[in-house]
Design a protein around this ligand. Sequence first.
Ligand code: FAD
Ligand code: A2P
Length: 413
Amino acid sequence: MNAPSVQSELARQHVIDPEICIRCNTCEEMCPVKAISHDARNYVVNFEICSWCNACIGPCPTGAIDNIRNVRKDQPYSLADQLGWDVLPGFTEYDNMAVGSATTEVPDEVQRITDVATAGQGGQALAPWSASHPYVNLYGPNNPVTATVSGNYRLTAEGASSAIHHVVLDFGTTPFPVLEGQSIGIIPPGTDANGKPHLLRMYSVASPREGERPGYNNLALTVKRVTEDHDGKPSMGVCSNYVCDLKKGDQVQVTGPYGTTFLMPNHPGASIMMICTGTGSAPMRAMTERRRRRMNQKEGGELMLFFGARTREELPYLGPLQQLPKDFIDINFAFSRTPDQPKQYVQDLIRARADKVAAMLADDNCFIYICGLKGMETGVLEAFSDICRARGMDWETLRPALLKKARFHVETY
Ligand code: FAD
Ligand code: A2P
């Protein structure tokens, strides 16, 4: 196969693992568009017909149905190919590529928000080669899933200048699979000034893939109550205030999940450098918690965190972070408004740890994630640039190389 010139020539193909399938016929019965059929040997999915409604995924008793391969749109696996399989075909170079223009996969409003949020990485990112495959856009604005609030507590001290909440949403029996680094959409109730339903807002998932409480179909968010706009003028954010005011038992309209690239590497030995401010800590908490829960598996790979907040009292998850073993994660807190202390930003600490940062930038096994205030991007990129220059490395050459190797991920808002 010739490599496609652009990723929009690729498509995802839903396939069934013949080694695991128990031929129970459930998927064929569930499929509303009759994309699934079988012969005496295999169950197969018709690429031309499958509409990605995922009605077959949840009921499958073995998970055989839950497989995807990236293929050229003009060369999908045919029904005859699939009927002949004893095992699934292996992954190809295409499986490491983001598929299509995401506009075809997620609502336009999500694509617009995402383009702005990821602009700082300087190009289209790929997911790390060892990332798990994400589900995207299972529920849209026209078919949101209803989640129930199972907890909402304030993370920042009462009286602190910002209120950040940890909110847990439960999806009951509705499948809502997420990976660390993905986001969800929340549709606030009511209408905007023009009488139109509010647009969704995106929030990063703050819990690991197996749930805030392992084995429960739930997830956590880290949401800051917006009370002023970016220029400091009073402005009550529609969705953030709605979410921060939610009570246990309230129901919320959720879309998503979203995000195919800001995903953590899964292979043993992979290191992760995380740089965040405020609620940008949400995906970092998810990744750290994933690693913490698997700590005894000794998968290795370093974790390094640069985390900026106004004061200690305004740093979400300070207590749990401080309890993590030093040899598990290298934590660097930057506080900008501690009385009688010089203002510190994450980029100041990145410079202070220049030797280690340079080593991690140069390490092909290290993946870098930046999330939080848009304003932080410039300072962090300048710090990287200076650190590289002082060591004979060129950041302008390194950044595209990192991007190509799926090692550099930015999500700022
Ligand atoms: P709006 O009613 O939309 O806006 C009110 C005013 O506040 C406007 O003037 C607007 O410009 C300004 N404003 C908007 N956002 C902010 C902000 N963050 N700080 C200050 N002023 C603002 N937010 C979280 O709290 N936690 C998350 O984990 C999170 N993850 C996100 C992930 C992605 C990929 C993106 C793109 C955004 C994320 N956000 C997150 C931001 C979130 O989507 C909303 O933009 C934010 O909650 C404000 O929405 P709102 O409806 O309350 O404010
Ligand atoms: P500051 O005290 O200057 O606002 P917030 O609480 O508004 O979400 O911000 C989180 C942290 O990010 C705060 O410490 C804030 O400092 C800091 N911050 C603001 N602007 C930048 C920037 N350009 N680069 C890095 N950090 C920043």
